[in-house]
Design a protein around this ligand. Structure first.
Ligand code: OAD
Length: 267
């Protein structure tokens, strides 16, 4: 049950802020059917090697699981759509409160819900990057799904050498890889995200355990710069103790209530 006092307090804090920035993680897409990483049913808990090495860590340890893993991901992404939490973030931007979202998600659901300014620290699953000239290309979802289906028809054991011929080609002739960040690689758009964090006076955090750096340092930087922090999460995270207001619960249930409250306050 959403606590009305906390909804009211969060709405007032947002209304009285100059620049609100969102900071999101896998939990905001949980209600869209995408499993998180570290919850009991999360990807890193279901396959050993994930917590220390991410997807590549899983594939290295369980090359025979590639078909099962990619099939599950394909089904999930084919059927998923933005949930009320994603739409509420987009509404806050349209209403002029939220200036941007810094996300660790690469599922494109914030953009699908209508959010315009999104910084994707861990890249985007629907974008590819040329291994030779670094040019990026965003693929329509259907095109990407057929490409993965083609791999699934043939794949038995995963290896980089095996998958290379299946990767799409760039105009320059080079092979293109998914433009997502795997463990050990540099995050994307960190300078732009840090600039947003330094300018904000309120950060709205949701759906992250706050366990992966450098992303998890951004709320700490915001706080150091004097910003207030609000967190929505069914569970306490490593960031909760620093937050000025913690709303326990799901983003898709709580954030739309906050948006509704702000709309009523404005009338
Ligand atoms: P985690 O799986 O670490 O954390 C998910 C968080 O979402 C937890 O704190 C949950 O309690 C919370 N949660 C679950 N359902 C929720 C809901 N409906 N509404 C709000 N919160 C909910 O995911 P991230 O913090 O995003 O990186 O993980 C960060 C990074 O670790 C990922 O981007 C990924 C992973 O390794 C890479 O792969 C590079």
């Amino acid at each position: 049950m959403v606590n009305r006092d906390k909804i009211f307090e969060a709405s007032a804090m947002i209304r009285h802020s100059r620049r609100v920035v969102g900071f999101t993680g896998a939990g905001v897409s949980e209600e869209s059917g995408i499993s998180t990483f570290r919850d009991p049913n999360g990807l890193w808990n279901r396959y050993s090697g994930g917590a220390s090495g991410g997807i590549m860590g899983i594939l290295k340890r369980h090359p025979e699981a590639a078909n099962e893993l990619f099939s599950e991901m394909l089904q999930t992404f084919k059927s998923c759509a933005p949930n009320p939490g994603h739409y509420a973030f987009a509404d806050l931007e349209k209403m002029g409160y939220l200036k941007s979202i810094i996300t660790q998600n690469g599922d494109n659901l914030h953009q699908d819900a209508g959010s315009l300014k999104v910084f994707e620290l861990h890249g985007n699953l629907f974008r590819f990057r040329c291994l030779d000239c670094a040019q990026k290309k965003h693929f329509p979802k259907d095109e990407l799904f057929s490409f993965v289906e083609n791999i699934l028809l043939n794949i038995k054991q995963f290896s980089i050498a095996w998958v290379m011929p299946y990767l799409p080609s760039c105009e320059c002739g080079g092979k293109m890889r998914p433009d997502i960040v795997t463990f050990g690689e540099s995050v994307h758009q960190l300078d732009e995200a840090t600039e947003e964090v330094c300018k904000c006076d309120l950060m709205l955090i949701s759906g992250t355990s706050g366990m992966v750096y450098p992303a998890a340092a951004l709320p700490v930087d915001a706080k150091k710069n004097g910003a207030k922090l609000i967190e929505i999460n069914p569970n306490e995270s490593t960031l909760t103790a620093r937050c000025d207001l913690f709303l326990p619960g799901k983003t898709g249930e709580i954030l739309p209530e906050i948006v509704k409250e702000i709309q009523e306050m404005r009338e």
